[in-house]
Design a protein around this ligand. Sequence first.
Ligand code: SF4
Length: 491
Amino acid sequence: MELTKTDFIQYLNCPESLWLLKNRPDDYPNGEFSLFLQKLINEGYEVEEQAQKLFPDAHKLPEFGSPQDTLRAFEEESTTFFQPAFVTKNGVFARVDVLQHLSNNTWHIYEVKSSTSVKTDKKHNHLKDACFQKYVLEQNGLNVSKVSIIHLNKNYVRQGDIIPEKLFSITDVTEQIRELYSDVSIEIEKAIQFINHKEINTSSCSCSLNTRANHCDSFALFNSDVPELSIYEIGNVRANKIKELRDKGIVQIAEIPDNFKLNERQKLQLNSIKQGKPIIANERISKVLDSLVFPLHFIDYETYASAVPKLNGIGPHQHIPFQVSIHTMQEDGSISHFEYLADSLELPHKMVEFMFQSSGNVGTFVSWHKSFEMARNKDMYNWVSKYKHYLEYMNANMFDLEDIFKLDYVDYRFNGSTSIKKVLPVLLPELSYDELDVQNGTMALDLWGRMVLDSDFKEDKQKVREKLLEYCKLDTWAMVELFKLLVKRYE
Ligand code: SF4
């Protein structure tokens, strides 16, 4: 069975999930992140295209070229090759981003990454990726003497045409690779053996001792004994707590004894489950809501971001707001709605002007998870300096409605989360995102990005605009309705 670098990365994160993908693909769930992953893949192509400009004389192998194509290309005059493919006798396959033949008959591997640094964390370890490439080349008899990572330069700001020499930084990682190489080679061989097992134990997996953030979409398949409202749903729970509970044979939150050490929010969640109802700090909520100054502007942005900046004044991965929805509530309860959706990718001058005309410098702005909106406002200070005072006012008067659901309104049916996507279906099931074609920010970004940037975009643009407007409007309308629901409790 073949092992690619992508497979190996998955193996390092979780051997069981790779085994499932390779051996029982029909049981392997297509996760909700597939759209996000597709965006990353497309972004990778774009970054690679720019990185290739650093090597104008290189020989480009055909897309999806085979190891035989590589051997043929090596007979050419060129010393630098894009995307040469190699495979070892036991099926380990590598396609190298850039490979350079040095004058001393050794080879220099360049790995191209869309990040702004060399990552070495558990989920993305660029050094192990590069070791994998070196392993495959060396198994093919090539002596790799140098390894570099080409990644985006975090300080780059586009001005005019992209300048690849400025867009990228090249980090020599030869020494780090030398230190890691023998361990990673052993891991590659273990991975090959593992995926070739006929069967593995699918009655549990190592994530039974890990927090929900580490679980993949196959968790249920490997842990069919885990019930609903399990200990994995405890908000912000740490792995040591999961282990402690599993060691005691506890899998359901309701089974946790009252004297088990949890933080304040987790205790509220436990009480909510035991009492079968939400735990609500009425006085605290009414005090906070009373302090808000009318009019209230419920606000939400949608943003576009790309690895290679597409506008002047923008850096890699920087968010550009392209849409805003504002529901403004006056003290008498009357509500107006303002919405803006850009027709093209541009700095948000017109959008901010529209916002200022709609809301003005008055009242309180209300968002959900305000750090996101506030960070966008800070970016916009620089781009739209004429409205700096307005954006500063907004940040100084921003209330986070999510905060109420951290300690003051805790319902076990939120499953330990304070995301509006978890709170809304419980408190206002009639306001569902399920019926919408656009259901989250990633979908909005992807759809809008394709609509304004892809010349082959085939969908009806008017209908797409309507879908995007509907989604963003629901985000702010949901906050209005949640606010009204909270206020109603005290009338
Ligand atoms: S839940 Fe964790 S251990 Fe289980 S298959 Fe997924 S990533 Fe692997």
